[in-house]
Design a protein around this ligand. Structure first.
Ligand code: NAI
Length: 360
C-alpha cells in the first residue's frame, strides 16, 4: 500500500480529472484480461483511482509484468497480479467490482458476431468463477459482443443461483464518450459540458444516441443528426480500420471502462445521484436487456417482470448496483424509427447468448 500522503496527493490530481476524492472505504477491483490492449491502460487508470484500495490483475499470461509495472505508481491501491486459471479464485476473492475486458478484439472484416464463439466461451468460464468466488460483486462486461455476453453472464449466474440483475452491466460508456466528442465538435460547444444519452445495445444500429436530448442544446440539421448518429454507431469500425489489423479501440475503451467503474465505486460508496448509461436488465422496452440511463433504483421495476430484458439504458447507481433504470424520455420520429429498427437485431443477439449457455 502506498502512503497516506501519496494517496492524498494523487487524489487531488485525480479529482481535477473528474474522479471522486475524499476518504473512501476499502474496495477491491479485479480486472480480468488485464494484460490485453484494453486491460493494460484500464489497469493503469484504475490504479490512479483513489477509491480503489486493492487492484487485482488477472490474465491467462503476462500479468506479473503488468502488475509489477503498475504497482510502482504511488497511489493508494495495493496491486497483485495473477496468471493462469489456478490463480483465478484468488484474483476474484473479496472483489467488489470485476471488470472483464478478456477476449479477442475485432479485426478488419470481422463483425462483432464473428467474435461470438471465442468470447462467449471465455466469458462463460470467467462468470462461473465469479459466481463461485465473488457472487456479490458488480460485474462490468466489456468483452464483445456485449449484446450477447451480458445475457451469457446472466444465464450463468442464474444457473449458479447467484443472479442479481442490479449487479450486471454491459459497459457501453464508449458509445457515450464518442457521442459526446462528435456532438461537441459539430455543435461547437465545450465537450466537458456535453451530455448525450445513448440507448439500445452495443453494436452497429443497436447503438442509438439520443441527440435530441443532448445538452447544451444546439440547432443541428436533420442531416447533421443523421451523420452524427451513424458516426457514433460506426465508431468501433472507424478505429478497427485505422488500426489496420492491429486490434480495436483500446485506449478510449480503457478510459470509458474506468469512467464507468468509477461511477460504480461512487454508487457503492453511497454517493447520491450517480447516473450512467449501461446495458442492463430492463423493462424500458419489451426487450429483456436494454441500454439506458441507470440510477441505483432499478430493482423496483425489474422485480415486476421476470422475463429477460437487456437494454442499454440510463441507470442510477447505488450501494447495491442499479437502483433505477430511467425511462427513454421523449424521442423524435427519427429516434423512434431507430428504436424500432434496432429491436430485432438486439433481440436475436440476446437470444443467441442465452442459447449458448443452454447448449442450443
Ligand atoms: P486483446 O487481445 O488485446 O486482450 C485480450 C486479453 O484477454 C489478452 O491479454 C488475453 O490473454 C486475455 N484473455 C483471453 N482469454 C482469457 C481468459 N480466459 N481469462 C483471462 N484473460 C483472457 O483484446 P482487447 O483489444 O483488449 O479487447 C478485449 C475485448 O474487449 C474484446 O472482446 C473486444 O472486442 C472488447 N471491446 C469492447 C469494447 C466495448 O465498448 N465494450 C470496445 C473495444 C473492445
Amino acid at each position: 500500500c502506498s502512503s497516506t500522503a501519496a494517496a492524498a496527493s494523487s487524489s487531488s490530481v485525480l479529482s481535477r480529472r473528474g474522479f471522486a476524492s475524499g476518504p473512501a472505504p476499502e474496495r477491491k477491483v479485479a480486472v480480468l484480461g488485464a494484460a490485453g490492449g484494453i486491460g493494460q491502460p484500464l489497469s493503469l487508470l484504475m490504479k490512479l483511482n483513489p477509491l480503489v484500495s486493492s487492484l487485482s490483475l488477472y490474465d491467462i499470461a503476462g500479468t506479473p509484468g503488468v502488475a509489477a509495472d503498475v504497482s510502482h505508481i504511488n497511489t493508494r491501491s495495493e496491486v497483485k497480479g495473477y496468471a493462469g486459471e489456478e490463480q483465478l479464485g484468488q484474483a476474484l476473492e473479496g472483489a467488489d467490482i470485476v471488470i472483464i475486458p478478456a477476449g479477442v478484439p475485432r479485426k478488419p472484416g470481422m463483425t462483432r458476431d464473428d467474435l461470438f464463439k471465442i468470447n462467449a466461451g471465455i466469458v462463460k468460464s470467467l462468470c462461473e468463477a465469479i459466481a463461485k468466488y465473488c457472487p456479490n460483486a458488480l460485474v462490468n462486461m466489456i468483452s464483445n459482443p456485449v449484446n450477447s455476453t451480458v445475457p451469457i453472464a446472466a444465464e450463468v449466474f442464474k444457473i449458479k443461483g447467484v443472479y442479481d440483475e442490479r449487479k450486471l452491466f454491459g459497459v457501453t460508456t464508449l458509445d457515450v464518450v464518442r457521442a459526446k466528442t462528435f456532438y461537441a465538435g459539430k455543435a461547437k460547444v465545450n465537450v466537458a459540458d456535453v451530455n448525450v444519452p445513448v440507448i439500445g445495445g452495443h453494436a452497429g444500429v443497436t447503438i442509438l444516441p439520443l441527440f435530441s436530448q443532448a445538452t447544451p442544446r444546439a440547432n443541428l440539421s436533420d442531416d447533421e443528426i443523421t451523420a452524427l448518429t451513424k458516426r457514433t454507431q460506426d465508431g468501433g469500425t472507424e478505429v478497427v480500420e485505422a488500426k489496420a489489423g492491429k486490434g480495436s479501440a483500446t485506449l478510449s475503451m480503457a478510459y470509458a471502462g474506468a469512467i464507468f467503474s468509477d461511477a460504480c465505486l461512487k454508487g457503492l460508496n453511497g454517493v447520491p445521484d450517480v447516473v450512467e448509461c449501461s446495458f442492463v436488465q430492463s423493462t424500458v422496452t419489451e426487450l429483456p436487456f436494454f441500454a439506458s440511463k441507470v440510477k441505483s433504483l432499478l430493482v423496483r421495476h425489474l422485480t415486476l417482470y421476470k422475463c429477460f430484458i437487456l437494454v442499454l439504458s440510463l441507470v442510477r447507481l447505488g450501494k447495491n448496483g442499479v437502483e433505477e433504470v430511467l425511462g427513454l424520455g421523449p424521442l423524435t420520429d427519427y429516434e423512434q424509427q431507430g428504436l424500432e429498427a434496432l429491436k430485432p437485431e438486439l433481440k436475436s443477439s440476446i437470444e443467441k447468448g442465452i442459447a449458448f449457455v443452454h447448449g442450443n
